[in-house]
Design a binder for this molecule. Structure first.
Ligand code: NAP
Length: 474
């Protein structure tokens, strides 16, 4: 057997270190030899949780199946890994040194098969160097001091031309983006997140990640019949259900008002509000409150809910975050309040959708300017093209053509989770993100709004809301 031992001290509470390390998927963020790391068992991280890792070992790649053997909260994590040529036992001990400092001792014991131990002994120096690099990577990840996000040179260049920008929407764009990401070790325990549209697609994927990260989660869904299946899914995958479930049809502003009233009455401060619920309506329809449904659901609803919930977002030590889920489709449209509501005769679902998402992107920028003195940051994100139930039902033709390049829901939702969780994502406001990088909001000059259109948006929202046939509006 060959044993390696390294010790580091990090300025993070022992609970944060314990939670971060015991989810061994994080090895992808801190161990330079790890190429892929997946959790292969459902539920919360516990004794028996398994992980599949693919690692570089010199010129070859090896697969390792890890299982957690011991988990003594905040003190010790023991994992055993099995590979074709060797087994490894990782013993990680954590010690609370006081003043928020944790000492981590990492022991890795390698047992080789096929008489390879002799060969490995000759490589001990290299093995030790590798072990040190991994543990130093862990120290860097736990430092959680990533710089304020900026667009990489590669991204900025791709955004100069439509084909380059569109290539980023695919799963290949996601993979390219991922190769540049910094670790995300921020702990969400005690953070209250409100997430709309959590029972499907991107919302469901984001909910699972936020629950895994320890957040207190309020989900907003519209159909009570979906509650049990949604909560069973969260419990199976993340190990626990959402903490609170709220029901609201978000295309109805009366429902938005009632939901906001309930949340305000509960008086539970909100750290993150995620306006994710949405749909592309191919057929024209007007809600019972008398407005075309795309503009109601995709624009009026997040505007009204966010403004109503500001008192719950405002009083925090660290800035609260609002995340607006928009769409790459908005790159095709420019803001023009006179044409946000499409009449039946000229209605086109994709255009109505794109106009509403463009307006929500501009609203994000306006809010960021207006809230400069508040402790609330607001950003929009678009997920690229993700294979969700929403895309499957609204865009079957598009899906057929693009199926091989579509992202998974988890890949599409990643930037939602990053904006909600990463410490450095609170350093920036009023930007549009894709794959954890701020992106241009225009790919063509023709979509830049005419002077005055931005200034019209908030008055237009107030006037349009006031004209709805709902209680309280006369
Ligand atoms: N997937 C993509 O490629 C893509 C691309 C760009 C933008 N987006 C945006 O990403 C967000 C999530 O979409 P998705 O692809 O994950 O679609 P999805 O699977 O259809 O999920 C949409 C969610 O929104 C909810 N929702 C729809 N109408 C609602 C209403 N009136 N009241 C309350 N909730 C409502 C849905 O609830 P029900 O299940 O009850 O309908 C569902 O939970 C949307 O804002 C969408 O515009 C997605």
């Amino acid at each position: 057997m060959i044993a390696l031992e390294e010790t580091i001290e990090v300025s993070r509470p022992v609970e944060h270190c314990f939670r971060y390390i015991s989810d061994f998927r994080t090895t992808l963020e801190w161990d330079p030899t790890v190429l892929e790391a997946d959790k292969t068992t459902d539920g919360s991280i516990d004794v028996g949780t398994r992980f599949a890792l693919r690692c570089k070992a010199g010129p070859v790649t090896v697969s390792l199946e890890y299982v957690i053997e011991e988990l003594t909260p905040f003190h010790c994590i023991v994992l055993s890994g099995k590979g074709r040529f060797f087994d490894v036992r990782d013993i990680i001990t954590l010690e609370d040194m006081g003043r928020g400092v944790t000492r981590i001792t990492y022991i890795a014991q390698f047992s080789y098969r096929f008489g390879l131990e002799h060969l490995a002994r000759q490589q001990t120096a290299g093995l030790k160097k590798m072990g040190r690099a991994s543990v130093q990577g862990l120290a860097r990840a736990l430092a959680d001091d990533n710089p304020t996000p900026t667009a990489s040179r590669d991204t900025a260049k791709r955004d100069e031309h439509l084909p380059g920008a569109l290539s980023c929407f695919t799963r290949f764009g996601y993979r390219r983006g991922r190769s540049r990401w910094a670790p995300m070790s921020t702990d969400m325990t005690g953070k209250h997140v409100v997430l709309t549209g959590a029972n499907s697609g991107l919302g469901a994927a984001a909910a699972v990640s936020l629950l895994e990260a320890g957040a207190t989660l309020t989900v907003v869904i519209r159909n009570p019949a979906n509650t049990d299946a949604m909560q069973a899914h969260f419990t199976r995958t993340a190990g626990r259900p959402a903490d609170f479930v709220e029901l609201a049809d978000l295309s109805l502003l009366s429902d938005v008002n009632e939901l906001s009233d309930r949340l305000l009455a509960e008086d539970r401060p909100i750290d993150v509000l995620i306006n994710n619920a949405g749909a592309l309506f191919n057929d024209f329809a007007v809600t019972s409150e008398g407005i075309e449904q795309s503009v109601a659901l995709l624009l009026l609803s997040p505007w009204r809910m966010t403004e109503r919930l500001l008192p719950l977002l405002e009083h925090h030590d660290s800035p609260a975050r609002v995340i607006n889920v928009v769409s790459g489709g908005m790159y095709t449209q420019r803001l023009d309040c006179d044409h946000l509501i499409m009449p039946e005769g000229t209605y086109n679902g994709a255009i109505a959708y794109a106009r509403a998402k463009r307006a929500l992107t501009v609203l994000t920028e306006l809010w960021a300017e207006e809230w400069q003195t508040k402790r609330v940051v607001v950003n929009s994100m678009h997920p690229g093209w993700a294979d969700t139930p929403g895309v499957q039902s609204a865009l079957p033709g598009f899906r057929r053509i693009t199926q091989t390049v579509l992202r998974s829901s988890e890949e599409g939702a990643d930037t939602i989770v990053w904006l909600a969780r990463a410490r450095e994502a609170a350093d920036i406001s009023g930007k549009l993100f894709l794959d954890r990088e701020p992106r241009t909001t225009h790919l063509r000059k023709s979509t830049k709004e005419p002077p005055g259109a931005r200034a019209n948006l908030l008055p237009w929202l107030r006037a349009t809301y006031a004209a709805l046939s709902i209680e309280g509006n006369s």
